[in-house]
Ligand binder design. Structure first.
Ligand SMILES: [Zn+2]
Length: 424
């Protein structure tokens, strides 16, 4: 009897697990719809059963014995790539979240000089829906938090270039004075065509585990209602205040989990933005994890990496990324380890990845973004010494990527930080 019960439990557990997996895969299912829609369009616009060799115009009309479904019409360029830049403040004295107006202008000029087209976020989302085309090398400019310098410093510069952009604001910070932007200023921007989207209600780590959020989560009656306020209610407030449609959210610090992604989709958003810098494609990554490069004046290499990412291009619809199992990596800290040192050396031995192209190695850390890690081709070790920005959060994820034989390989692991851990 006991064995049988155990087996039933195990079976139920397995179902739950595969269920989760299914949900995950369902998230970017929109791309399937797009494909379906495209096939439909093809059927409507192109003559039925176009021969497979349709590349040559006016191909010899050889009657195909079994007409195959027509390939998707080239209405949109599915190989286009989009980088998203994330800025915060625009000030005379730069810091990690503030860029000088001069440097901001240099960035905008660099985009132009590199033939990168700045598009609006709504154009990007329409492209991902298969509704419109975008230039092969595109860039979206986003400004987070709702600082007034977005209005009085960045906006005039963006106007000079004629670039569209998106403001990601969080409700609790709008109209509180000081450096914050007001609803009136946002309305003025809206009237001029600036896209205004949600950066949550109170700018917390949406995973809800941070100690400083414990009280708010408890007050709201648990994680889910708390998350609903941050995600769904922030959208509703902006829509009410400005009479706009909000369909994108930027996760504070880039942090998100599966509950966050589900809440985002269930609340009517089309996209969620992280601070994981990458080239975004037609159906990669998932709509709930669109990557952004968080610009940092102290780390000019981040902007350069963004430029490179969109220049590199890609011929495949979804960039082929092979994921290297965490278990095959030797890392420090170890997977799942809890450390107490706020300034640890973070490293991994990438031998298991194969013949790595040394210049292609990149390390990203949640809460940090792209970090200036060192890679030693002789030892196959990539390392990064945490220095001026010590660890503060409880959970960290490290993502290491590299090109191996022209293909991108990625590995990730997680560790915890607890300053009191050593004392035990
Ligand atoms: Zn923010």
């Amino acid at each position: 009897m006991k064995t049988r019960l155990l087996l039933t439990c195990l079976a139920a557990f397995a179902v739950t697990l595969s269920g989760c997996d299914k949900v995950k895969r369902l998230l970017p299912s929109r791309s399937k719809t797009v494909e379906a829609r495209q096939t439909q369009e093809t059927e409507e616009t192109a003559p039925a059963a176009a021969p497979r060799t349709a590349a040559a115009p006016a191909a010899t009309p050889e009657p195909a014995p079994t007409p195959e479904p027509a390939p998707p019409a080239p209405v949109i360029n599915q190989n286009a790539g989009v980088i998203v830049l994330c800025y915060h403040r625009f000030e005379k004295h730069p810091d990690s979240l503030a860029i000088t107006p001069e440097e901001f202008e240099r960035h905008l000029q660099a985009l132009k000089d590199n033939d990168i087209t700045v598009i609006g976020m709504q154009d990007f989302l329409a492209w991902r829906r298969g509704e419109k085309d975008i230039p092969a090398k595109s860039c979206i400019i986003t400004i987070d938090d709702g600082y007034v310098s977005g209005y009085d410093v960045a906006w005039p510069i963006l106007k000079k270039f004629g670039y569209p952009f998106t403001m990601f604001v969080y409700i609790d910070y709008v109209g509180v004075g000081g450096k914050s932007i007001s609803w009136e200023q946002l309305a003025e921007m809206r009237d001029a065509g600036v896209d205004i989207q949600s950066h949550t209600y109170s700018h917390p780590d949406l995973r809800g585990k941070a100690r400083k959020n414990a009280e708010a989560v408890r007050k709201m009656g648990g994680y889910e209602p708390w998350l609903r306020k941050e995600i769904a209610e922030s959208k509703a407030v902006i829509e009410r205040q400005l009479g706009v449609r909000v369909n994108a959210v930027a996760y504070p610090y880039g942090f998100h989990n599966q509950e966050v992604e589900s809440m985002v989709l269930n609340s009517g958003y089309e996209a969620g933005f992280t601070v994981y810098g990458q080239r975004n494609g037609f159906n990669h990554p998932a709509a709930t994890a669109i990557g952004r490069y968080a610009i940092d004046s102290k780390k000019p290499e981040i902007f350069q990496a963004a430029l490179r990412a969109v220049q590199s291009g890609s011929t495949s619809v979804a960039p082929a990324v092979s994921h290297v199992a965490t278990s095959s990596l030797e890392t420090q800290p170890k997977q799942g380890e809890t450390i107490s040192d706020p300034k640890p050396l973070i490293k991994a031995n990438l031998s298991s990845m194969g013949a790595i192209e040394p210049d292609s190695v990149e390390m990203r850390i949640s809460g940090f973004g792209l970090v200036p890690a060192q890679y030693d081709p002789t030892t196959h070790e990539v390392s990064f010494q945490v220095t001026n920005q010590p660890l503060r959060d409880k959970n960290y994820t490290v993502i290491v990527s590299a090109r191996v034989g022209g293909r991108k390989a990625e590995a990730r692991w997680a560790f915890q930080f607890d300053p009191a851990a050593g004392a035990r």
